[in-house]
Design a protein around this ligand. Structure first.
Ligand SMILES: [Zn+2]
Length: 192
């Protein structure tokens, strides 16, 4: 298994269309010249195995019995992390807008867990998972993300495999708009 460095990971993501360069309108309404299409690496089990191995290597002394993630993308990532760690994998879901455990999932009081997420931008989804774990008496020992787009305080030590700081602009201040570059809309050449 070839070791994955940040550089080789960038290449792997580009080749798969997981990291797109263009002129994108983010869900926030802001414009950015880069877009991470996370399901292009989540859909590839062989690549995800290497990504998770490299990510877990960054976390020293990890002693957990459970991996917790957020549906939907996090389920795949959490499952692979749990497989490599030999723990169980559970996830939180939104119900009426609130993140919570369903399906009989839960953590023991005092149980140490690893929280995983594919891409972190504001940190909100990771914080929601940590809140659910903490509310049940679990201990979020660490949070691990594949791609970090901005510095985020999530309430646990945060480890990122790849830092890709996001530059985004209000449309009125977007340099690409000013240069007359057309927007790549979702569903266009890049986004399937
Ligand atoms: Zn723009």
């Amino acid at each position: 298994m070839l070791a994955l460095t940040p550089e080789t990971l960038l290449d792997e993501l580009r080749v798969r269309g997981a990291l797109l360069d263009g002129h994108f309108r983010l869900s926030s309404g802001r414009h950015s010249n880069r877009f991470v299409q996370k399901f292009r690496f989540l859909e590839d089990p062989a690549l995800l195995e290497r990504i998770v191995a490299a990510l877990l290597q960054k976390i020293p002394g990890l002693d957990v019995t459970c991996v917790v993630s957020a549906a939907v993308g996090g389920i795949v990532l959490g499952y692979e992390a749990a497989r490599q760690l030999g723990t169980r994998a559970i996830f939180v879901e939104k119900e009426a807008g609130t993140a919570r455990f369903r399906r009989g999932f839960g953590v023991e009081r005092g149980e140490r867990v690893l929280v995983v997420e594919d891409v972190i931008t504001t940190g909100l989804s990771v914080r929601e998972v940590i809140d659910v774990v903490t509310a049940e008496g679990g201990v979020p020992a660490a949070a691990a993300v594949v791609v970090r787009r901005s510095a985020a305080d999530v309430g646990a030590p945060l480890f990122a495999l790849l830092d890709l700081p996001m530059e985004s602009y209000e449309p009125s201040a977007c340099p690409q708009c000013a240069a007359g570059e057309p927007l790549d809309e979702p569903g266009s050449r890049f986004l399937r």
